[in-house]
Structures are given as structure tokens and as C-alpha cells.
Design a protein around this ligand. Structure first.
Ligand SMILES: [Zn+2]
Length: 216
């Protein structure tokens, strides 16, 4: 049974409120208009382009490799959906779940504190994807020891940073392993079936299939 159930959520919201000083001041700092998963981002500087420590393509490659490694370490089980609260517990992460009345706020990873914040008002699917995304930031920083600088520069026009491209790809790979997805598609599994199986949105499944070149 998934531990993303109500009892667990309540317990964790309680924890977040008990440690509220910390969590709430963080949320105030972030501001209610903050973009989902906002990071302090350095302004892009065209003349700086050559100094980018990490390209978008490198980030994707690292994400795919790291997600496989993280699966072996924190979710070697072959059952789905992946329970991100179990994963967080195994990785000894503090998970702060609080209801935040801003549909754009999904989550945040606080560097150096092993803490991730997620919005309890998200759908279970979004909660899972967001936790996997923030877990990826943690893995990038703490397990791989990559500097924040390299993950917080904007590398594309839509302001996606290499770090966020990494975290998005890592999350998809972690929640939907390649072998399983390929086999399911050979057996004509639909996107909706896969979304149910992995406990993610149809859009996330589509993105995963796209990344594996299994859809056009
Ligand atoms: Zn992010």
C-alpha cells in the first residue's frame, strides 16, 4: 500500500506545522507569487555562455545515469508506483509537507539541509513527481556533490536551468524505468494505463515516452 495516504499526509503536515517556524518563514520568503519550484537563479549573461559548467545535454545524460544508480540505492523494488515517502525516508531526507494556497507552488529543495518541501494541496500524481524532482536536486547536490552554481543557470530561453532539466529527467527515469516502459509499450500499453501504473499524470508518461523516442 502506498504510504502517500491520508494518515501519512496528516502526520507529515503536523510535522511541518510543528517545525512551522522554519517551514513557514521559508514559505514567506518564497512569496506566494513564486513560480513552482523556484530557485534563486543568476541572470543569464550571453558573454558568460562559454563558462557554463554544465550543458543541457550533459544534464540529461547525467540524470539518466544517476536515476539508475538512485533506483539501486533507494528503490530496488520492481513494484509501482514508486513510494517517494519511503524513498525519502531511506535517503534520510526531511520532508516538509504543508498546504500552500498557491497552485504554482509544487516544491523546493533546500540545499545543505537535506530537506524538501512539497505542497500538500497537489494531486497525488503531482506530489509524487514533485518529490522525485526535489529528490533529484538532493541527489545532484549531496550524493554527486555538484555545485549549486552549475545547476542554477538558465540554459534555455524558457528559463529552464541545467539543474532543473536534470531534475525533471531524473524524476521521469526514476519513476518510470526504461526497461519496464519499453516492454509495456511493446505490449501496447496505453498512456493512461501507464499513468495509472506509475501514479503519474498522462503528461509525465508522454514526456517519458518522448524522451525514449517511443512517441513522435
Ligand atoms: Zn527544480
Amino acid at each position: 500500500m502506498s504510504s502517500l495516504n491520508r494518515a501519512n499526509l496528516v502526520q507529515r503536515v503536523f510535522m511541518a506545522l510543528r517545525r512551522g517556524g522554519e517551514g513557514m518563514s521559508f514559505i514567506e520568503r518564497l512569496g506566494l507569487n513564486a513560480k513552482a519550484d523556484d530557485h534563486p537563479v543568476a541572470e543569464p549573461d550571453a558573454s558568460d555562455q562559454k563558462q557554463l559548467e554544465r550543458t543541457y545535454d550533459d544534464a540529461l545524460k547525467e540524470a539518466r545515469k544517476d536515476a539508475r544508480e538512485a533506483r539501486r540505492l533507494y528503490w530496488p523494488e520492481e513494484f509501482y508506483p514508486v513510494d517517494m515517502l519511503d524513498v525519502a525516508q531511506r535517503a534520510k531526507l526531511v520532508v516538509m509537507i504543508a498546504a500552500i494556497e498557491d497552485p504554482n507552488f509544487a516544491g523546493y529543495y533546500e540545499r545543505g539541509t537535506d530537506t524538501i518541501y512539497v505542497n500538500a494541496l497537489s494531486t497525488p500524481q503531482r506530489l509524487r513527481t514533485t518529490m522525485a524532482h526535489e529528490f533529484a536536486h538532493w541527489f545532484d547536490a549531496e550524493v554527486k556533490g555538484r555545485p549549486a552554481d552549475s545547476s542554477e543557470r538558465r540554459v534555455r530561453r524558457d528559463c529552464t536551468t541545467a539543474g532543473d532539466a536534470y531534475a525533471d529527467e531524473f524524476a521521469l527515469c526514476f519513476l518510470m524505468p526504461e526497461d519496464f516502459v519499453r516492454k509495456a509499450r511493446r505490449e501496447h500499453a496505453t498512456i493512461n494505463f501507464l499513468a495509472d501504473t506509475f501514479g503519474v499524470s498522462a503528461e509525465s508518461v508522454f514526456n517519458r515516452l518522448y524522451s525514449l523516442r517511443l512517441v513522435d
